[in-house]
Design a protein around this ligand. Sequence first.
Ligand code: PEP
Ligand code: MN
Length: 288
Amino acid sequence: MKNLKLAGRGDHERTVIEVGDLRIGADLVVIAGPCSVESEEQTMIIARAVAKAGAKMLRGGAFKPRTSPYSFQGLGLKGLKILAKARAETGLPVITEVLDTRDVGWVTEYADVLQIGARNMQNFALLKEIGKVEKPVMLKRGMFSTYAEWLSCAEYIMDAGNPNVILCERGIRTFETYTRNTLDLSVIPSMKTLSHLPVFVDPTHGAGRVELIPPMALAAIAAGADGLIVEVHHDPSTAQSDKDQAMLPEQFERMMTMIERLAETLKEPVFNGRLDFVPWNLRKESTE
Ligand code: PEP
Ligand code: MN
């Protein structure tokens, strides 16, 4: 792939991003929390539950990209302050989405990691602005984006000065309607060949159905994902966004037990990009 001198694999060392004690890209990191920050009480209940289950970072949207302008748009700055409280109590770093260049200052002040959502993957003005920030960024794959387009967006952020980009696959649009999106698991080992950046998977938006989340999460880890981001809600029927795909805390806890068992069994990645499984004709050319 062309014009990926920063995001492309090249001769770069694999990127490891430190967030507090976490080493993203080196250790398996599970991020969990509500789709939206709805209230202090809701966020605290969920933050405590996911911390207890072994999550290492808290997610929660304060600025929400909603299909309808009449749907809950997020608590904004108030939501960011709630996330900071949840971090203070649980010790979990927080990740939250930034939608608009005008909010980059606020979000950078409160969040440990900034999220660029699928709908904004190619918002080039936002990517350039995020490139000036000193916090790591999770770049979600656009729902209609090719691997090259996605990496090109990582390149925008890196070219603007921020090397700490985490890629996150969250499913793409296909003709299938049973699942909310189609989770592309091939992208994980592909990104290990094409890039040196950490690769996360969001099985919640990828599948959109709770019963599919544990198998997709385990498959993602087996395919080499560096981490997961998962939505959890203690009372999904009242959730202001994405209520149908939220796991209950006890379901999340059970999945975490399975994840720990799988990670223990795998010990090393099945494929990490340049090892024995790269076919002869892809060894050099595909990474350039
Ligand atoms: C989210 O994480 O809540 C979200 C809106 O994700 P995506 O951008 O992948 O749809
Ligand atoms: Mn969501």
